[in-house]
Design a protein around this ligand. Structure first.
Ligand code: G4P
Length: 301
């Protein structure tokens, strides 16, 4: 978290990721399972081209399991190998490694065929993978999970990727120890709010009240019972502002003059949402955002 993106940083990040990707056989693109569309770099297809790529829906422990399953199926139907992961507990990571090796199996066959035609032999080496994604999506956690804590460096900044190393995960699989860091679609306001809700954008950048307000509006429309349960609301509030005030009152967040401290309530709601205390919630459904993912074309499917 905390990277300020300027055109110079973006150009540099793009170059660094492209250079790292050129050394890898397969890319693990990490998205946040709660906001698969908003957590995706807008130029990823151009930056990485046809290189074999697997989509990791991370933080699946915080997302609605039914929605994550729908996203996984949808992405697979579009030709993107994909799978849910919880990098904190390690759930799903072995399936990702198997899928990455499966992706490479076809490439090895092609290489072997070419070599045979030329009277050569190829020696199979381990599959090399690069982890990429926007800040705070869980790239370092995934590398730590796969390679062991001692190998991964947390908090890398764009452009600083000297001394790349391969972390051996198994005999057949290795990971680059430094992830590729890409920028989000921050020019889209709706995306900015959602990234702020999930904690991928620094709090100081955005006022918590409208961010929490948008989250409340979403919950009032889609999951009203979650709010009522968590904050013991007697009936669903009419709108997000009423909700914020009601939650502040229930929690005793009062200011002098019998006013409610809605700012404090906003921070509470965001913190609790991010920790999963409101429930497992996905903000972007396949029905609404599924068609924003282009089908994977070309022979690396
Ligand atoms: P990055 O390299 O992509 O920038 O992300 P990083 O791994 O540093 O993870 C960002 C935050 O997300 C960390 O929390 C990390 O623990 C959390 N995280 C990563 N993967 C998962 C996951 O699958 N599930 C859940 N629930 N959380 C995940 P943090 O609050 O910044 O740090 P910390 O409290 O863990 O120290």
């Amino acid at each position: 978290m905390g990277i300020q993106w300027y055109p110079g940083h973006m150009a540099k990040a793009r170059r660094v990721v492209s250079e790292s990707a050129a050394l890898a056989d397969v890319i693990l693109e990490v998205l946040d399972a709660r906001v698969p569309y908003s957590s995706r770099n807008p130029d990823i297809d151009v930056i990485l081209g046809q290189r074999p790529r697997l989509i990791v829906l991370n933080k699946a422990d915080l997302a609605d399991p039914a929605e994550t399953e729908a996203w996984t199926n949808h992405l697979r139907e579009l030709g993107w190998p994909a799978g849910p992961v919880d990098a904190t507990s390690g759930r799903g990571v072995q399936a990702i490694v198997s899928a990455a090796r499966g992706l490479m199996a076809r490439k090895w066959e092609e290489l072997e065929e070419q070599a045979r035609a030329q009277g050569r032999t190829v020696r199979k080496r381990s599959v090399k993978a690069l982890v990429v994604g926007i800040p705070n999506v869980g790239k370092s956690s995934l590398i730590n999970r796969l390679g062991g804590e001692k190998h991964a460096r947390v908090g890398a900044i764009p452009g600083i990727t000297t001394g790349k190393q391969w972390v051996r995960v198994s005999k057949e699989f290795a990971l680059m120890d430094v992830p590729g860091i890409l920028w989000p679609k921050f020019e889209d306001q709706d995306v900015g709010y959602k990234l702020a809700m999930v904690g991928a954008i620094r709090e100081e950048v955005l006022d918590p009240e409208p961010v929490a307000g948008r989250l409340l509006a979403f919950l009032l429309t889609h999951r009203p019972s979650l709010l009522a349960e968590r904050y013991q609301l007697r009936r669903p509030p009419a709108d997000w502002e009423a909700g914020l005030h009601e939650i502040a009152r229930r929690r005793g967040y009062l200011l002098p003059g019998a006013r409610v401290d809605s700012y404090k309530a906003a921070i509470l709601i965001l913190q609790e949402f991010r920790k999963g205390l409101l429930g497992r919630i996905t903000l972007e459904t396949v029905a609404e955002f599924g068609d924003r993912f282009r089908p994977r074309t070309g022979d690396s499917r």
